[in-house]
Design a protein around this ligand. Structure first.
Ligand SMILES: [Zn+2]
Length: 422
C-alpha cells in the first residue's frame, strides 16, 4: 500500500513536472513557414497619402509564406477569447498548466462611461498592485514576476519604439529608418500581424526588434485572467506565424499593467516595456493639435543636450499608426539623432542577446551581412556630457486615456479587411 501510494505520488509529481515544462515551452508548438534568418518579403502596393482612408490596400499573402485560417484564430480586433479560442485544446492545455492558485488576488478593473479606466477606490499612495495607470509604477510589489523596462540605461540615449504596427502601407517609413540605419523596437498588435504579415516580416528583415502589443489592444487590467492569457498567447502565435520568431517582450496598450497582468505575462516568459517619455503623437490632429505634438518632440530633443539624460537614457513612446505619426517621426528623427549620442532599439540598449525564444542572437542581427543591418545604429551627436546638471527623473508624460479615439479607425479598417477575408 505504501509503495503504491509512493508510486502514485511520484507519478503525479512527474505529471506536474511535465505540465510545468510544457507551460514554459508553449512556443515550441507554434508553426511558421518563415525562416527569420532568410526572409524575402514580396513587394506590395503602398501609398504615401496622409489620408487614413487610403492607407491600406489589402493583399493576399502568398500561401507559401503565410497561411491563415480565420476559424482557428480569435476574431480580428476582438478580445482573444472570441471565436471559441478559450475552448481550444491548445489553449486549455496552456491555461490548465498554470498554477492559478499562485496568481495575485487582484481585482479586474473596470472602465467608466467614457471608456477610461476607473481608479475609484484604488489606494494610489500605497499602490498595492503596482498599477501603472494609477501611479506609473514599474517595480512589481510581488516576487516572481518580471520587472518592467522603462528607460534605456545608457546616458544620452533615445530608446526608439513604435507601437500599433504592422500595416500594409508603411514601406516608405521602414525605408526611411533603413536609410538612416535606425533600428527600433516595434510593438506589433496580433490582429494587425495576421492582417498584414508582410509588414511583420519586413520588421524582422530590417533588423528591428519585434515585440508584442496584445491581440486586440485592450486595457489589459480590465480583462479576466483567461482573457489576458489569450491576448498574450494568440499574439505570440501570430508573430511566430508571420516571422518565425516568438517575442520575449511586450508593451501594455495605454501602459495599463498591474501585478496580476505582469504575473500572467511572466508565465509566458514576457517582460513589459513601458516608456518614460510620451510624445502623444497619436493625438496629433485627433484630440490635440499637430503643433502640440511638435512641441513635445522639441522638448524631448532639448533633453538630449541639456543634461536631463546625463546619467541614463529614455524610452520614447511613438506610433506607426498612420502617416501623421510617421511624418512627425521623419521630420524629427534627424534632430533626435543630432541631440542624442545613440538612437537605438530596446533590445540593443538593454543588451538583450535573445529578445526571442528562438535561437536568434541579437548581436548577429545588428552585425549581420545584410546591407540594411550594418552597425548598431549608434550615431554620434553633439557632446552633451559637459553638463553636470543631471535631472534625476525624466519627465513622465504618459497619457492613459488617449489612444482610444484612434481605435475606431483601426476597427473600421479591420472590419473592412474582415469583410474581404470572408
Ligand atoms: Zn498601442
Amino acid at each position: 500500500m505504501q509503495i503504491r501510494t509512493f508510486a502514485l505520488s511520484a507519478a503525479i509529481a512527474q505529471v506536474a513536472t511535465l505540465v510545468a515544462a510544457d507551460a514554459s515551452a508553449y512556443w515550441k508548438s507554434f508553426t511558421s513557414q518563415v525562416d527569420p534568418k532568410n526572409i524575402t518579403v514580396p513587394s506590395i502596393e503602398q501609398t504615401a497619402s496622409i489620408d487614413p482612408a487610403q492607407e491600406c490596400v489589402y493583399y493576399n499573402p502568398e500561401t507559401s509564406l503565410f497561411t491563415f485560417k480565420a476559424s482557428e484564430w480569435p476574431s480580428i480586433w476582438e478580445v482573444a477569447t472570441t471565436n471559441g479560442m478559450n475552448e481550444t485544446t491548445e489553449f486549455l492545455n496552456l491555461y490548465n498548466s498554470i498554477d492559478w492558485t499562485k496568481a495575485p488576488n487582484i481585482t479586474v478593473r473596470t472602465l467608466d462611461g467614457d471608456g477610461n479606466l476607473d481608479t475609484t477606490g484604488y489606494d494610489s499612495t500605497k499602490d498595492p498592485d503596482c498599477w501603472w495607470s494609477a501611479t506609473t509604477c514599474t517595480t512589481p510589489k510581488i516576487s516572481d514576476v518580471n520587472e518592467d523596462i522603462s528607460r534605456c540605461p545608457e546616458p544620452e540615449t533615445w530608446g526608439l519604439t513604435y507601437d500599433d504596427g504592422p500595416n500594409c502601407s508603411h514601406n516608405a517609413f521602414y525605408d526611411y529608418l533603413q536609410e538612416k540605419k535606425l533600428k527600433a523596437s516595434m510593438f506589433y498588435i496580433g490582429s494587425n500581424v495576421v492582417d498584414w504579415p508582410y509588414g511583420a516580416m519586413r520588421g524582422v528583415l530590417d533588423g528591428h526588434h519585434i515585440a508584442s502589443h496584445t491581440w486586440s489592444h485592450p486595457q489589459m487590467t480590465t480583462k479576466t485572467n483567461q482573457e489576458v492569457l489569450a491576448e498574450f498567447y494568440y499574439t505570440q502565435k501570430a508573430i511566430k506565424l508571420a516571422t518565425g520568431l516568438t517575442p520575449r517582450y511586450w508593451r501594455p496598450p495605454y501602459g495599463d499593467v498591474d501585478d496580476r497582468v505582469r504575473w500572467i505575462a511572466s508565465q509566458l516568459g514576457l517582460t513589459a516595456v513601458i516608456w518614460n517619455l510620451d510624445t502623444d503623437d497619436w493625438s496629433a490632429g485627433v484630440t490635440t493639435t499637430v503643433e502640440a505634438v511638435e512641441q513635445s518632440y522639441a522638448d524631448f530633443i532639448t533633453m538630449g543636450t541639456n543634461g536631463t539624460f546625463a546619467n541614463s537614457g529614455n524610452i520614447v513612446l511613438t506610433h506607426e499608426i498612420n502617416n501623421e505619426t510617421m511624418s512627425l517621426a521623419v521630420e524629427n528623427l534627424p534632430k533626435i539623432i543630432s541631440a542624442y549620442k545613440q538612437v537605438i532599439d530596446v533590445a540593443t540598449c538593454y543588451n538583450i542577446s535573445y529578445p526571442y525564444f528562438e535561437d536568434f542572437e541579437w548581436t548577429n542581427v545588428l552585425n549581420g551581412t545584410k546591407s540594411n543591418a550594418s552597425g548598431s545604429a549608434t550615431i554620434s551627436g553633439s557632446d552633451a556630457s559637459a553638463s553636470n546638471v543631471a535631472t534625476p527623473a525624466a519627465k513622465v508624460n504618459a497619457s492613459t486615456s488617449g489612444a482610444m479615439s484612434l481605435i475606431p479607425n483601426l476597427v473600421m479598417a479591420s472590419v473592412f479587411i474582415a469583410a474581404l477575408l470572408l
